[in-house]
Design a binder for this molecule. Structure first.
Ligand code: PEP
Ligand code: MN
Length: 351
């Protein structure tokens, strides 16, 4: 870590800083220029207590970290060669598509099955469908546990793996017992650290994948990566990072589209990035463009809300679901862009 200072620490300030560094087993290397000085702190700087103690000193204005705060998620960690198998695809490397309803309506089972076959024909690798839904209003449809059976029937009949969101321990247990192939941790739950730990614990050695959305309230990219670290630290490295837009929103879009952070995530971690343009832009007409952008930014896949008859859907489907026909074109074109984007990926990411 580097502490820049203008002009330099007094003797007593330096002594106080030295006492802290001794306590944490690191050392200070001062570098004095004409006008300003910098103090390099050498050694393991990952302890948040060390950073907080230094940042808490009245005469320290700024601390620049060199080491990433995450360990297992770092590109150079022992997991750097880990690959995630999603259906027949292996990530990073291949390009995957997860598609299906925002919400499964248990009164319209046939519509979901029609969509499931539609996305399969379009070339999707995994079917998604919301069983339990995090709705802003408690008066909106909250989902229905019965929909899990419909989702499982879709898996059985299409042969494709399935993805659904879990918001609490009860739902997590049900889905692990049902061997749901991929658990989604939504944007609202991405800051629920206890749930992230429970997901890691419950899916350890199970082969179950976890799609972790970026919370709309997350700022620094490291905050998102550290959320994934909670799951991986409990023993499940099969995590995919999913940017889905943040706040404050951009007028006209549902969120502030964040497909571009794919490049930063790919640089800093080994985990595959599967972008969700549907919740980012929030309107069916903008979704194809945002999908193409995600592929150009180097994403390993996309999650696209898709419905065979969006007007008959519930939840987000009437406004942001594309049809399986549009999905087929998106898949054809994003695959090509993914292949082009790989030509520009730094060597470490392309391997
Ligand atoms: C969803 O995928 O339907 C959903 C609710 O997503 P998010 O958590 O990103 O809002
Ligand atoms: Mn949705």
């Amino acid at each position: 870590m580097i502490i820049p200072l203008h002009p330099r620490l007094t003797d007593s300030e330096l002594r106080e800083l030295e006492e802290i560094t001794v306590e944490f087993g690191v050392r200070i290397q001062p570098i004095h220029g004409h006008e300003r000085s910098v103090y390099a702190i050498l050694g393991d700087e990952t302890s948040p207590d060390l950073i907080n103690r230094i940042e808490g000193l009245a005469y320290i204005e700024r601390v620049d970290r060199i080491q990433a705060p995450y360990k297992l998620m770092a590109r150079e960690s022992k997991l750097s060669h880990h690959r995630v198998a999603l259906g027949k695809k292996v990530l990073p490397g291949d390009f995957c598509v997860i598609a299906g309803h925002c919400t499964i309506d248990p009164r319209q089972k046939e519509l979901f099955l029609e969509t499931a076959f539609g996305v399969k024909e379009a070339g999707a690798d995994m079917i998604r469908g919301g069983v339990w839904k995090p709705r802003t209003s408690p008066h909106s449809f909250q989902g229905d546990a019965k929909s899990l059976e419909i989702l499982m029937e879709a898996r059985e009949r299409t042969g494709l793996p399935i993805n659904t969101e879990v918001m609490d321990f009860e739902q997590l247990k049900i889905c692990v017992e049902a061997k749901v192939d991929c658990l989604q941790i939504g944007a609202r739950s991405a800051l629920n650290y206890r749930l992230l730990q429970q997901v890691g614990e419950m899916t350890r050695n199970s082969g179950i994948l976890v799609l972790l959305k970026r919370s709309m309230h997350m700022g620094p990219v490291s905050e998102f990566i550290l959320a994934a670290e909670y799951i991986v630290a409990q023993g499940n490295p099969n995590v995919m990072l999913c940017p889905r837009g943040t706040v404050p929103t951009i007028e006209g879009f549902r969120s502030a589209p964040d497909e571009s952070i794919t490049m930063l995530l790919k640089e800093r971690t080994w985990a595959p990035v599967v972008v969700d343009p549907s919740h980012s832009v929030g309107k069916a007409v903008y979704v194809p463009g945002a999908c193409l952008a995600a592929a150009a930014y180097g994403a390993d896949g996309i999650l696209v809300e898709t419905h065979c008859q969006p007007k008959k859907g519930v939840g987000d489907d009437p406004k942001q679901a594309v049809t399986p026909e549009v999905l087929a074109r998106i898949i054809r074109d994003t695959r090509q862009i993914h292949a082009f984007a790989r030509h520009y990926a730094p060597k470490a990411q392309a391997s």
